[in-house]
Design a protein. Structure first.
Length: 180
């Protein structure tokens, strides 16, 4: 009987770990396989951005529309190689990548794919007045894997329990023929 218990324990543990792993894998897969396009309209004014906090999920594509309500502002997005220049009362704005020394180009929106989790600040990169250094916002990129891993773990637990119940049922049935 001891051997059966040990076997049950191993099968249970393996199925929980395996299903947790599969759940995590599926979670990671869905984070990149189901990217959402989010349109984000940012209004800049002295000395703030609206919205000042943006929450998105890893893998999303962010389509930024930038507008200024007063003077020329910048839009530098940390960690995403993007700098913007926003001219007031104008639908188009200018962007450039800093890494390759690219020149400004005029666009009506700019797309950024957020592949990394974390907090990234965006700040004004165009001196716009006395409080310019405090013109900041925060982009929060959240993972969406723990939920799937959790579901995988619960499914694993359930399957493991079913397996043990099935096995112990058979063990009891077999007992008269094969006593320990
Ligand atoms: Cu500014």
């Amino acid at each position: 009987m001891k051997l059966v218990k040990l076997q049950n324990f191993i099968i249970f543990t393996v199925s929980v770990v395996l299903c947790g792993y599969v759940g995590t894998w599926l979670g990671g897969w869905s984070a990149t396989a189901d990217p959402v396009l989010r349109e984000i309209k940012i209004k800049a004014r002295q000395y703030a951005y609206d919205p000042s906090v943006i929450r998105v999920n890893q893998g999303d594509t962010l389509r930024f529309y930038l507008a200024s309500l007063d003077v020329i502002h910048g839009f530098y997005l940390e960690g995403h190689d993007l700098d913007g220049e926003i001219i007031p009362n104008q639908k188009a704005f200018r962007v450039r990548r800093l890494s390759n020394g690219e020149d400004w180009r005029e666009v009506e929106h700019v797309d950024v794919i957020v592949n990394r989790r974390g907090k990234f600040r965006y700040r004004c990169s165009h001196t716009c007045g006395s409080m310019h250094p405090f013109m900041l916002g925060e982009l929060i990129v959240e993972p969406n894997t723990p939920f799937h891993a959790g579901i995988g773990g619960v499914v694993g637990l359930f399957l493991g329990l079913l397996f043990i119940l099935g096995r112990s049922g058979r063990a009891v049935g077999a007992k008269p023929e094969d006593p320990d």
